[in-house]
Design a protein around this ligand. Structure first.
Ligand SMILES: Cc1cc2nc3c(=O)[nH]c(=O)nc-3n(C[C@H](O)[C@H](O)[C@H](O)COP(=O)(O)OP(=O)(O)OC[C@H]3O[C@@H](n4cnc5c(N)ncnc54)[C@H](O)[C@@H]3O)c2cc1C
Length: 408
């Protein structure tokens, strides 16, 4: 059978892969995108109605230039598909003065000259009565924050990719990638393809095709819940901002105003850090999941503490330092690794797609991505860790994830 030939093959069509095929096709590159499930499935990381986006990045102000570009690219995509994908609501970041979320947001805003309002408990209660703050807590409002609609945004990227000539295959699983004649051979459960460059954007499944990341890119389970508000006025879109809340030792929580019919959505960042086998179906939501979110909403967002109307399970792919990895594989520069984003990658997907298109076409990007390199990851892992990124096996085959350690 003849192998179809492409400039670039993108494996995985979640948030990152969809954006990569869109940017590549827009540049006239002959690209195929291959996804093992159907479009917008729930066995990955990119479903669940809403994702926060904000500019004053408490995690590290170094992300801010990429965020500016991400906002611009989201607006370009909206213009192309004539659909609302990004809604500005403001994002309120709550915690005690000195905590990372509060201080980090203020530092990033100051460094990059971004607007913000610092509110004490009384001011926050007047402006945003949906939230319950302790007397010694403050809230930083970032007016340019808001939320993205992940399903609509991913679908929009796939639509423009298709319109620009990308070939998109769903329900086709990539089994292995192997160097071949100066390019790569991509074997699926249905066919074989050849591509000059392969982008692996397989999210929680990444170690199946990039075994160098086994035990390094770790998939964990996250559960979010939707609650019918007790106070529909103060939780309405337009009155209640998106939020992040530092709870000290108990971690941090995030949430959204009422979007559509389903009520206020909340989740805990990294949930119980429960490591999962990505190949296994999502485990059902259990009593501990529900109790965590119900307790939080009753204490901290009482205006939304009505009946719970639904829960969803999703996955984070965690890296040491909770950072990203976007780089060519040191042992095989024809392979670009794109996915692990430690649970905060969606907002960047529109710029990650651009970076992946840069790397796949020119081998480099003018955007600031050194912090997301294998070299940087090896430094975070410590001495000798770069040995793990040595020459890859001739062919990689999906393997069973080893027994996960107990989630902690
Ligand atoms: C509950 C939750 C809340 C979040 N909140 C935020 C937020 O507020 N803001 C934010 O910026 N980020 C947030 N994130 C993180 C963000 O959603 C993820 O970083 C992002 O969606 C990851 O996209 P991805 O393309 O890497 O992975 P995915 O969307 O999972 O895509 C990977 C795709 O690869 C496919 N695939 C895997 N293996 C193969 C194979 N062998 N062959 C073919 N296809 C394959 C999978 O089926 C999947 O569709 C959140 C994540 C979760 C789970």
């Amino acid at each position: 059978m003849t192998e179809q030939q492409f400039d670039v093959a993108v494996i995985g069509l979640g948030a990152m892969g969809a954006q990569a095929v869109a940017h590549l096709a827009a540049r006239g590159i002959k690209v195929i995108g291959i996804e093992r499930f159907g479009p917008l499935h729930d066995r990955g990381s990119s479903h669940g109605d809403s994702r926060l986006i904000r500019l004053g990045y408490f995690e590290d102000p170094a992300y801010v230039p990429l965020l500016h570009r991400a906002y611009r690219n989201w607006r370009d995509l909206e213009a192309r598909v004539r659909e609302d994908l990004l809604t500005i609501t403001g994002v309120l970041q709550i915690g005690k003065p000195g905590c990372h979320i509060v201080d980090g947001t203020i530092a990033a805003c100051k460094l990059h000259n971004l607007p913000y309002d610092l509110l004490d408990q009384a001011q926050a209660a007047r402006r945003y009565p949906a939230f319950q703050l302790d007397a010694d807590e403050v809230a930083v409002l970032e007016p340019e924050g808001g939320f993205l609609r992940p399903e609509a945004a991913t679908l929009a990227a796939l639509r423009v990719a298709g319109a620009d000539g990308a070939m998109l295959h769903f329900n086709e699983r990539v089994l292995g990638i192997t160097p071949s004649d100066g390019g790569m051979a991509v074997a699926t459960d249905q066919a074989r393809y050849r591509a000059r460059t392969v982008v692996v954007a397989t999210g929680s499944y990444i170690a199946g095709l990039v075994p160098e990341l086994d035990q390094i890119a770790v998939p964990i389970r996250v559960v979010v819940g939707w609650f019918q508000p007790r106070d529909g006025l103060n939780t309405a879109l337009g009155r209640m901002p998106g939020f992040l809340r530092d709870e000290g030792e108990a971690g941090s929580f995030f949430g959204f105003p009422v979007i559509g019919r389903d009520g206020v959505k909340v989740g805990k960042h990294a949930h119980f850090r429960e490591v999962i086998d990505p190949e296994a179906p999502n485990a059902p939501v259990n009593e501990a999941d529900r109790a965590l979110l119900e307790d939080f909403i009753a204490r901290r967002v009482p205006a939304a503490a009505g009946v719970s109307v639904g829960y969803a399970t999703c996955r984070y792919t965690m890296l040491p330092g909770d950072d990203f990895l976007i780089d060519r594989l040191p042992s095989d520069p024809s392979v670009i690794v794109a996915s692990p984003c430690s649970g905060h990658g969606f907002k960047f997907a529109s710029v990650v797609g651009e970076i992946l298109a840069d790397l796949a076409t020119t081998g480099e990007s003018s955007l600031p991505i050194e912090a997301f390199s294998f070299a940087s990851l090896a430094r975070r892992l410590g001495t000798g860790a770069d040995l793990a990124f040595g020459r890859r096996a001739a062919i990689t085959t999906p393997r069973k994830f080893p027994n996960p350690p107990n989630g902690s």
